[in-house]
Unconditional design. Structure first.
Length: 321
């Protein structure tokens, strides 16, 4: 069994990754929990909890060695903390390799899989793929401002391949289950239903066409990365993979969501203004996941799309709210 540690295990994507790995029966899954309550939550799902944080990481780092963690998955979506984690893992990875060399043995590198995102492609109405560099001199588009810090982190991860085996997974805009990332836009609609207002303004670009992927398929993508990491590493394969299964109209998404949430008034998509999160959510993305399918063996199942399944997705969102 591969010992996998999930950072962000109680989050929207992290929970789904934990469940996918545990269901397979092939992995022993650990999860970082910031509080005893979160640790208990993980324990109920058969995830072995590690109480601590990236900032106060003594217990975390001790556990990585004590439990012989093989792969660390960072699905926390943090900025500075992810840099701190990477530096800590590089030290652990280097120490493992040095100790093995002194003992005259060969060991696998510590694995690190990072959750990035396709917002790094920026507004891409023309087709883009995961071999196109982001935030580089020849990049076709600038990353969404909200994630402008991420290319530097991706490059730091790629540069750590001397001591770590790495893969970077970039999910498109995620939907499904609790639909947590959509709360800022669906909750005002629910509030408008309660107040029976004639109209509701949503700060998104009506003309945007985001790339999308169901959270279950994100989890299976990370699952595939965990299992293919030893095969990808050291081969010269560029270890960045986009996960996207559809491109849909934001106007359709919000209007169908409003209908299924029970709103009978007029929905106005008024644009994101200066809100960086709303701007990022409005990022059009014309992408593909051919390399993830070919090289990782990723087989997405929830491919009918966000709009087509909105009746179920809206009910799931309301149940989780």
């Amino acid at each position: 069994m591969v010992n996998v540690l999930i950072i962000g295990a109680t989050g929207y994507i992290g929970q789904a990754i934990c469940s996918s790995l545990i269901r397979s029966g092939d992995h022993r899954v650990f999860g970082l929990a910031r509080t005893p309550a979160k640790a208990k939550e993980l324990g109920k799902e058969e995830v072995i909890p590690i109480l601590g944080s990236i900032a106060e990481n003594a217990e975390l780092l001790k556990t990585i060695d004590a439990e012989h963690i093989n792969i660390v998955v960072d699905a926390a979506g943090a900025n500075q903390e992810s840099h701190v984690l990477l530096e800590a893992l590089k030290k652990i990875g280097a120490a493992r390799l040095e100790a093995a060399s002194k003992s005259g043995i060969t060991i696998p590198k510590l694995g690190f899989i990072y959750c990035s995102g396709t917002w790094l492609h920026g507004i891409s109405n023309k087709p883009v793929n995961d071999l196109i560099p982001v935030a580089a001199f020849n990049s076709p588009n600038a990353p969404a401002e909200l994630t402008s810090w991420r290319p530097a982190l991706e490059n730091a991860i790629l540069a750590a391949r001397d001591v770590l085996d790495v893969i970077i997974i970039r999910p498109a805009l995620v939907y499904g289950r609790s639909g947590a990332i959509w709360s800022a836009f669906f909750n005002p609609i629910l509030e408008a239903v309660k107040k029976d207002t004639d109209s509701v303004a949503i700060p998104l670009d009506a003309n945007s066409r985001p790339g999308l992927v169901h959270v279950d398929d994100v989890a299976s993508g990370f699952h595939a990365a965990v299992e293919k990491l030893p095969l990808i590493s050291g081969t010269g394969v560029y270890p960045i993979f986009d996960l996207v299964t559809s491109q849909e109209s934001m106007r359709d998404i919000i209007e169908f969501a409003a209908k299924e949430l029970g709103y009978k008034g007029k929905v106005e998509l008024v644009g994101p203004g200066e809100d960086l999160f709303a701007k990022a959510m409005s990022t059009s993305m014309n992408g593909s996941s051919g390399r993830a399918k070919q090289l990782l063996g990723w087989e997405p199942k929830r491919v009918s799309g966000f709009v087509q399944g909105m009746d179920a997705f809206a009910k799931a969102f309301m149940a989780a709210s």
